[in-house]
Design a protein around this ligand. Structure first.
Ligand code: MSP
Length: 648
């Protein structure tokens, strides 16, 4: 069977962070497991290097765009090499073969009648490289995805007839419920398509850093829309529009993406493929986002987790295990050193590591390191059956991308081993002269470890290779077949005395992220609520202008916004008031605004309120808002003003 697995291609405007590492780890695990099964596997990753955003980032650093892209692309590639990522190809959208392939695709779309020329006038978000219709924009013309201001772009443009594919897409989603994983995300995509698809502007004339249109069109001003260019990488990597040498791998089995780019992969991409008469991928797997210690990661906060640092201090395979085990695929996850250390100590050191140490110790004492499976079936048929039942069930989880579940179930094999040692207490049996029985228990555990290591190999390749080596075998398709498929036992061997693989970690090994302000804040006596009551119909108790100016009102820019767990009303915001560090404001606006829609937008803030705590979190200001029967809306400056500008 052919199995093609892809990651998104990463933008070269910044270095890799743990979000990128996460997708790449999962894809690597899927590819490794597929190879173990004996499938012909092709694993693609790479970098997305065109578009206005990259052009602007390079200009900021005063570097030629290509040089800038070369440098960052190399950083990604080097990191994946350091992390032992088993990609078969690292594609760059600046590769000549890719550009040729994109042009061939464009020509085919033109021939199909799916591309036409018109004018585009719309609001464009450079950061998301996306046009948004007026109706979707946030207040102040801001981008509905990232909240940053959009710019009005009017230019001649070629359009892709996305609207033509509305019905075929819906039919495809209906007929293939497993196309979008986890299945919970399918509805979201379907309701978006049901809402109607506009034709997509697929060329630009306002910048030049992109793939040029095919010469046959004679349109030197136009370059391709970066998402058309980028999405095509999945087939140009296989030779589309060139030698087509590896097109046998298409359609892909799994295309992994983050939830933020699901729409591009579950709507645009399949529509492009339909236009090109190519089959659609079997699964688009959308994972959630990682935060750090409960906070969104951002450069300005200085709390971005550098994957290289984590790997340096904790080991890349422990890090891989943690990321894949800790968070159910599709859900958001939180990175904290504590959580990583806990997983390492409990799962890896206590459950897995101890089991290996114990059988090394016992076989040293009782049999001079010799281990023989001869009596395992006789004394431990129940344990073996239980373990085989678990091992048989595992692949379903992997096929559904439920890797955390896969690992959770796999760990039950170690539990069987640890229980068998406790129950059968080989040390007592040896004393009673029942050495055969004692050695059978040791051999049972060795077999359980061997089988579990084969199934853990894709997640922790080096570690499991070391375990297998200690157990006298190598992990490969052959041992997968004998130990897992045929349920055979290990041939007699001499166990190697290797040092413990997972020493316990007591204290965090990396420097901590800047402490959240919550912990350092003084206790706030007053609930902020009272101050909000400014009477609009003053009959008595009128105030003087001086009294009014006792309230400091300022323009703030929202830098970060997050939902407060367990609260349906609150959002936690980081608001720039032009001060040294942003203020944290807990605002009861979650029913009216999504967290993502607020980032980059401006608000009016009461800046001299005493800090208060809401659900245990410090709030250092209050947003001005108006509420009536139709709901609540924030009061914002009519035009963007500098953060911290005073109002009054
Ligand atoms: N270049 C596009 C993808 C084009 S694919 C044809 C892109 N690049 S990206 O570098 O911005 O993001 C790449 C991936 O990283 C996305 O899947 C995104 O979801 C993921 N992540 C970015 N930040 C993340 C977290 N904090 N956590 C998890 N994944 C995150 O989009």
């Amino acid at each position: 069977m052919k199995n093609y697995i892809t990651t998104p291609i990463y933008y070269v405007n910044g270095e890799a962070h743990i979000g990128h590492a996460y997708t790449t780890f999962i894809a690597d695990a899927l590819a490794r497991h597929s190879r173990l099964l004996g499938n012909e596997t092709y694993f693609l990753t790479g970098t997305d290097e065109h578009g206005q955003k990259i052009e602007e980032s390079a200009a900021k650093q005063n570097k030629p765009t290509q040089q800038f892209a070369d440098e960052i692309s190399a950083l990604f590639r080097n990191l994946w090499d350091e992390f032992d990522i088993s990609y078969d190809q690292f594609i760059r959208t600046t590769d000549e073969a890719h550009k040729k392939g994109v042009q061939a695709a464009f020509e085919k779309m033109v021939a199909k009648g799916d591309i036409y020329k018109d004018f585009y006038e719309g609001n464009y978000c450079v950061s998301c490289e996306t046009f948004f219709p007026e109706s979707q924009l946030m207040d102040g013309g801001c981008c509905p995805d990232c909240g940053r201001p959009t710019t009005i772009v009017k230019e001649e443009s070629y359009f892709f007839r996305l609207s033509k594919y509305e019905k075929p897409l819906m039919e495809y989603y209906e007929a293939h419920p497993e196309f979008i994983l986890p299945k919970s995300r399918r509805n979201e995509v379907m309701s978006f398509v049901r809402g109607g698809l506009n034709d997509l502007s697929v060329t630009r004339t306002s910048f030049s850093w992109g793939v040029h249109l095919p010469a046959s069109l004679n349109e030197p001003k136009h370059v391709m829309y970066v998402w058309l260019d980028a999405l095509m990488n999945y087939v140009t990597a296989l030779g589309y529009g060139n030698d087509e040498s590896k097109m046998g791998f298409w359609p892909a089995n799994v295309q992994l993406v983050g939830k933020d780019i699901l729409r591009f992969h579950a709507i645009y991409w399949p529509a492009f493929l339909m236009s090109l008469d190519l089959p659609l991928p079997k699964h688009i797997g959308a994972h959630g986002w990682w935060t750090r210690d409960g906070e969104k990661m951002s450069k300005s906060k200085g709390n971005v987790v550098d994957p290289r640092e984590v790997a340096k201090h904790y080991g890349v395979e422990n890090f891989r295990y943690f990321m894949m085990r800790e968070v159910p695929f599709g859900q958001d996850g939180d990175f904290s050193q504590r959580a990583l250390i806990d997983r390492m100590n409990s799962d890896l050191s206590n459950d897995l590591g101890n089991l290996l140490n114990r059988i090394i110790g016992m076989s040293e004492k009782y049999s001079d390191f010799a281990i023989n499976s001869v009596d395992v079936e006789k004394y431990h048929a129940r344990e073996l059956n239980d373990a085989h039942a678990i091992l048989d069930s595992l692949e379903t989880y992997l096929n559904e991308l439920q890797i955390h579940r896969y690992l959770e179930e796999l760990w039950k094999v170690f539990t069987i081993g640890n229980k068998a040692i406790e129950e059968h207490a080989p040390w007592t049996k040896v004393k009673e002269g029942r050495t055969d029985e004692a050695l059978a228990t040791v051999a049972l555990v060795a077999n359980l470890l061997a089988k579990a290591s084969v199934m853990l190999h894709a997640i922790m390749p080096r570690t499991t290779a070391t375990i297998a080596d200690a157990l006298g075998f190598a992990i490969n398709t052959e041992s997968y077949t004998t130990l897992i498929k045929e349920k055979k036992l290990l041939a007699p061997f001499t166990i190697k005395k290797i040092p413990p693989l997972f020493p316990r970690v007591e204290e965090p090994l990396m420097a901590e992220a800047p402490k959240a302000m919550i912990e350092e804040a003084p206790k706030a006596p007053e609930p902020a609520k009272e101050e909000k009551k400014v009477s609009t119909v003053p009959t008595e108790g009128l105030i003087t202008i001086d009294q009014f100016f006792q309230t400091s009102l300022k323009v703030g820019t929202i830098l970060e916004a997050q939902e407060v767990p367990k609260s349906s009303k609150l959002l936690k915001l980081q608001v720039d008031l032009g001060e040294e560090s942003p203020r944290q404001v807990i605002a009861g606006i979650r029913e009216y605004y999504s967290a993502e829609s607020l980032v980059g937008t401006q608000v009016c803030v009461v800046a001299n309120l005493k800090p208060a705590k809401l659900m245990g979190m410090l709030s250092e200001g209050m947003l001005l808002a108006a509420k009536d029967a139709e709901g609540l809306c924030l009061i914002r400056p009519e035009k963007p003003r500098q953060s911290g500008s005073s109002i009054g």
